[in-house]
Design a protein around this ligand. Structure first.
Ligand SMILES: O=C1O[C@H](COP(=O)(O)O)[C@@H](O)[C@H](O)[C@H]1O
Length: 258
């Protein structure tokens, strides 16, 4: 694949959180359909935090080919898979337990390496190599869709403001042991992966995200981690937000259509 300069983000703002999650569900269904038609499978990376609950609208919807989903994590905390801080546990509780994704298609971190973050991130990188380098013969993993959240400090995945991981240029998966948000030990996809995705969709709702969203979209030069998500063309970044979150944003809104 030939990658070009990034395109500007597309911002969709909805009157209510319910409108937002319905639109997000329609978007995911469409992306899944297009991806399966093109390559016979759908690769998606999920985040933790408030994101997994926003997938509720997908449950029971027609047109979903759950057996062709291959699910990874945008970031994960270095804790056992059944720990309350685990993004995998959160996704299992609120999402996987309600949809028939084959367990072998869900790719958590390897809990055998929790004591060694280098090995933990290497093992996860190997998972990506098995999915992407081996099946697609690609130089970079090209996820069909990466779903991201944004913290109040502008962090996304486990890429935090001012951290040296923001300039990681070699690894697809990197580790951090000093995350300012607990727990401190985590692994994360790097921009090398995030910025080669076919589509990245941020989901942010609520007035508490308003100031940060304004900075991310109206002042990208400040370089907050979420602003740096700019997938190389033909990749595209989308923002699915509610009007409370976008109340201070001047950036142009687009009309949501599929
Ligand atoms: O720590 C994390 O935080 C971000 C943002 O969470 P949110 O609750 O503000 O949506 C999340 O996207 C990431 O996966 C998680 O590890």
């Amino acid at each position: 694949m030939v990658f070009g300069p990034p395109q500007d983000p597309i911002l969709y703002s909805f009157p209510s959180p319910n409108n937002l999650i319905d639109a997000l569900a329609s978007f995911v269904i469409k992306v899944q359909k297009d991806s399966i038609e093109k390559k016979g499978r759908f690769t998606i990376a999920l985040s933790g935090g408030s994101l997994p609950k926003q997938l509720n609208s997908l449950i029971g919807k027609p047109g979903l080919k759950w057996d062709l989903w291959h699910v990874y994590y945008a970031d994960e905390r270095a804790v056992p898979l059944d720990h309350p801080d685990s993004n995998h546990k959160l996704c299992s509780d609120v999402f996987y337990s309600k949809v028939p994704i084959p367990v072998q298609n869900i790719h958590p971190i390897d809990p055998n390496y929790l004591d060694d973050l280098d090995e933990l991130s290497d093992a996860y990188e190997q998972e990506l190599i098995r999915e992407f380098a081996m099946k697609d013969s690609a130089r970079y993993p090209v996820f069909d869709l990466i779903l991201l959240g944004m913290g109040p400090d502008g962090h996304t995945a486990s890429l935090f403001p001012g951290h040296e991981l923001l300039s990681e240029e070699d690894r697809w998966v990197a580790w951090i042991d000093d995350a300012p948000k607990p727990p401190p030990r985590r692994i994360t996809l790097t921009y090398l992966v995030i910025n080669h995705a076919a589509r990245v969709a941020f989901v942010a709702a609520g007035a508490e995200k308003a100031d940060t969203l304004h900075t991310v979209l109206d002042k990208p030069e400040e370089g907050l981690p979420a602003s740096r998500v700019r997938p190389a063309s033909p990749g595209q970044v989308f923002w699915f937000v509610d009007d409370a979150a976008s109340s201070k944003v001047q950036y142009q809104r687009a009309q949501f259509k599929l």
